[in-house]
Design a protein around this ligand. Structure first.
Ligand SMILES: Cc1ncc(COP(=O)(O)O)c(C=O)c1O
Length: 377
């Protein structure tokens, strides 16, 4: 029985992607698998386990809740929460034994206060320098060093664990990455000189693939471990295998005569006699409404245009002739069908966005089913 919307995730592909990325790392750097945002739509616990099986050293998430979810799923590997944390979230992160990121003294004070009297294992804190992302982190070298000193002075409750930054345009502009690396370099030297055991990390997937001098001790890869291209072009060009396939099925096929329309707003009207299939997947599943009249689907190894407005629960597809497809046929929105392939990158380019947004946008209504190269996981 076909499911109206189904995301099949190949955990073996995630494992292989991690192994491939690791093989390209310079100087013995490790890999932290970024599993925030529901593991870019793939499901955090299974994705984390697959990444660890592929050789990831640790995990990274954005929020305290995401760290908790990993622990609730039995994942024991080190987890770094990269985002900003309110007091309440900090307590949740610390309860999950996560590592955290600091860039100002008040936050270090809050971590100290949250750990006071706990007598537990030291909380590992990473210091973030903003070298050009303009988001989290301090731009001020001296402040970053001062924050590091405050953490080091709070031993044994706190442990100064790492020095990090984040690239703004490693996917688009290598010259800005070079500038960020030039700003990060003196910070790394100063930090390593005083605290030689620190883990230094900067690279996301794009920098991991394009800029070996950014690898330092650890890279933080998200999109690439899921087999997607951080440059939003072609994963295969980097030896990456997309792990997620999104399918639905043909619920009905019917004749449209010239003048008949499909969907809300009559945004598609048949100009001559044709056949239209209804596929029960829509924007409540993550099929963006902007794909109205602007996407393909794959059925029976062939490519057909999505016609009409994407509605909450259905899309319509022009199949042309009556016996082109049959009720119950599988419909692929992301993935391969015979010789035809449609990647998350292809879908994203249709509407001027990136593969990240397409994958993160798959909603909880879409069941995730896990397998390893076709064998149920
Ligand atoms: C701080 C940080 N590091 C690493 C990543 C991973 O990025 P990517 O998915 O491009 O590898 C992200 C994700 O946006 C991030 O916010």
């Amino acid at each position: 029985m076909a499911l109206r919307a189904l995301a099949r995730v190949n955990l073996a592909a995630i494992e292989r992607n991690v192994a491939r990325l690791r093989a390209g790392l310079s100087g013995g750097a490790g890999l932290a698998a970024v599993v925030k945002g529901n593991a870019y739509g793939h499901g955090p616990v299974p994705a984390a386990r697959a990444a660890l099986a592929g050789g990831a050293r640790s995990l990274a998430v954005a929020t305290a809740g995401e760290a908790s979810e990993l622990r609730a799923g039995g994942v024991e590997a080190p987890v770094l929460v990269m985002g900003a944390l309110s007091d309440e979230e900090l307590r949740v992160a610390l309860a999950a034994e996560a590592e955290v990121v600091a860039w100002n003294e008040p936050f270090v004070e809050r971590v100290r206060a949250a750990t006071a009297g706990s007598g537990g294992a030291p909380v590992r804190v990473h210091v973030k320098l903003d070298t050009g992302m303009g988001r989290l982190g301090t731009r001020d070298f001296d402040e970053a060093i001062h924050v590091a000193e405050g953490i080091a002075a709070s031993a044994p409750a706190l442990e100064l664990a790492g020095a990090m930054t984040h690239f703004a345009s490693a996917d688009e502009d290598p010259s800005f990455t070079a500038l960020q690396l030039a700003r990060f370099g003196p910070f790394v030297s100063a930090m390593r000189e005083r605290w030689p055991g620190l883990v230094v990390h900067a690279a996301n997937s794009a920098a991991t693939l394009r800029e070996p001098s950014s690898h330092f001790d650890l890279v933080r890869c998200g999109i690439a471990i899921y087999g997607c291209d951080p440059m939003n072009e072609d994963p295969a060009a980097h030896g990456l295998e997309p792990a997620l396939e999104l399918t639905s099925y043909v619920a009905d096929v019917k004749l449209a005569r010239a003048g008949d329309s499909a969907g809300y707003g009559r945004r598609w009207v048949a100009s001559s006699e044709t056949w239209v299939a209804t596929v029960p997947i829509g924007y409540a599943d993550g099929i963006r409404r902007a794909l109205t009249n602007n996407c393909d689907v794959l059925i029976g190894g062939r490519r057909y245009p999505l016609v009409g407005t994407v509605s909450m629960d259905n899309i319509t597809v022009e199949v042309g002739v009556p016996d082109a497809v049959r009720r119950g046929d599988r419909v692929t929105l992301i993935g391969a069908d015979g010789p035809e392939v449609q990647t998350a990158e292809d879908v994203a380019r249709r509407i001027g966005t990136i593969n990240y947004e397409i994958l993160c946008g798959l909603t909880p209504r879409v069941p995730r089913v896990y397998h390893r190269d076709g064998t149920p996981a």
